[in-house]
Design a protein around this ligand. Structure first.
Ligand code: BES
Ligand code: MN
Length: 459
């Protein structure tokens, strides 16, 4: 009997290969979760180094040429394997740094000791975005030496801290990074059992505002009534940032309507964990509020802790603000608008000092063309016939706008490992393991279809 060898692995072979690889992928994911690599200032960055090295080792194991690269910031990992003749090159993006854990007491288990409960793997970064890294590794392992495309794996090390050195890093390695398609495994799916293709993300501006009303703290009885304390002043300033309906009141930010999907309020309330009786704020459809309008939140305040506060008027108080920018907005302009608002609204002539933390541009992706069709088809197969929903997300991935500018021709497929219950950035972050298996299969199928698309064979 003649032996027919197909140059591209079949769907059933890929299914089998992914299933075979999953236990090892899961074990390596757990290994990554044990490394607390946080790029924020004030954290021990040796863990970010260790995490970069662990990722580098995984990529070497997939037969890639690997380097750990940096441009003044935290280490990124770049792994490459050349394309077979005529085949496209696909960039696979993820990030290996994670958010801080916040209040440890709110975690039901050690954030850096992964454990499975009810089909979910708990741990900081288990979803965002170490599962993204492992989805890429799973697809590469499934193909083994039969990888039908060239790959550039780019795993960033400071995404959660604003990607400050990213532009320089990308510019310095530009030639190595050129690719026809890019898969960004750092977003979310629409629901458990329903995949998504992300086509817009909001931008972000983070800054600090510090208010001063006094040179030093004074007795609250002796001076209170005539002297505004800094904390009351700050709270009043913060209250000007929204109107009574809860819409952002800073003038000059882009706000649009027209999100493609509805997010039913009852489902949204449950997924957000909204407390009984609390009304949503802002106006318009929920998806518009989340995806195409700005949002503004106070993330933290430095002020005396209540248990230790003396009867004294506070001289200074500081808040951290975060503005999410609608697609079409521009971070530098938005920051200027916010500064102007804060300076103009300072109550009682208080001194206001504003300092920038970081920003990231929003983005919109036109999901038409053969590569997007290849992704939709891969998703449909991996989710047993369920079509991907095209979604926006309210979160930010600064890398995308930077990359779009550098390589305007590349098709950008924003996929994800998260689901609405993943609690990324919060306590008890987790990954749905059943969905993760589908994500891994979808990515392997996607690479096969991308290879077929380019060579003119119908996927
Ligand atoms: N994975 C998220 C982006 C995301 C959030 C996608 C929600 C889909 C849904 C990413 O890692 C992230 O959190 N980015 C930061 C970026 C910021 C620090 C510039 C964010 O959005 O806070
Ligand atoms: Mn992420």
């Amino acid at each position: 009997m003649p032996v027919m060898t197909s140059p591209i692995m079949s769907e059933s072979d890929l299914r089998e290969a992914v299933t075979r690889e999953l236990p090892g992928v899961r074990a390596d994911l757990e290994r990554l979760v044990r490394i607390p690599g946080i790029a924020f200032e004030g954290f021990d960055h040796s863990h970010v180094e260790r995490s970069a090295e662990a990722v580098a080792e995984l990529l070497r194991g997939c037969g890639l040429d690997v380097e750990v690269a940096r441009a003044g910031g935290q280490p990124a990992v770049i792994g490459r394997r050349a394309a077979p003749p005529g085949a496209p090159t696909v960039m696979l993006y993820a990030h290996h740094d994670v958010q801080p854990i916040g209040d440890r007491a709110l975690w039901e288990s050690d954030p850096f000791e992964p454990v499975e409960r009810d089909g979910r793997l708990y741990g900081r970064g288990a979803a965002d975005d170490k599962a993204g890294i492992m989805a890429h590794v799973a697809a590469l392992r499934a193909f083994g030496d039969q990888l039908p495309v060239g790959v550039v794996v780019f795993v960033e090390g400071e995404e959660e801290y604003g990607s400050d050195s990213l532009e320089r890093l990308l510019a310095e390695h530009r030639d190595k990074l050129a690719s026809d398609v890019i898969v960004i495994a750092d977003s979310t799916n629409w629901d458990v059992g329903v995949p998504a293709l992300t086509t817009s993300l909001r931008g972000i501006v983070n800054c600090f505002v510090e208010v001063r009303t006094l040179d030093h703290a004074v007795h609250s009885g002796m001076f209170g009534g005539a002297v505004p304390d800094a904390l009351t002043t700050l709270v009043r300033l913060l209250a000007t940032l929204h109107d009574d309906a809860g819409n952002v009141a800073v003038q000059g930010l882009v706000a649009r309507e027209g999100a493609s999907v509805d997010y039913p309020e009852d489902r949204f309330r449950v997924e957000a964990g909204l407390a009984d009786g609390v009304r949503l704020f802002g106006s318009g459809r929920i998806t518009d509020r989340l995806w195409t309008k700005p949002a503004l939140a106070v993330l933290g305040i430095d002020a005396p802790a209540t248990g230790e506060a003396p009867n004294a008027l506070v001289p200074t108080a500081k808040a951290k603000l975060s503005v999410r920018l609608a697609p079409g907005d521009e971070p530098k302009r938005a920051y200027a608008a916010l500064r102007e608002h804060l300076e103009r609204n300072a109550p009682w002539g208080a001194q206001v000092e504003i300092t920038f933390e970081h920003d990231g541009a929003p983005c919109v992706i036109d999901a038409s063309g053969p590569m997007f069709d290849a992704a939709r088809s891969a998703f449909r197969t991996a989710w047993d016939g369920t079509d991907a929903v095209e979604i926006g997300v309210g979160g930010s991935i600064p890398f995308i706008a930077t990359f779009q500018e550098m390589f305007p021709q590349a098709a950008i497929l924003v996929t994800g490992v998260e689901d609405p219950h993943a609690r990324a950035h919060g306590p008890n972050e987790s990954l749905h393991l059943g969905e993760f298996a589908r994500v891994c299969l979808a990515e392997a199928l996607l690479l096969a279809r991308v290879a077929q698309t380019r060579s003119g064979v119908n996927p």
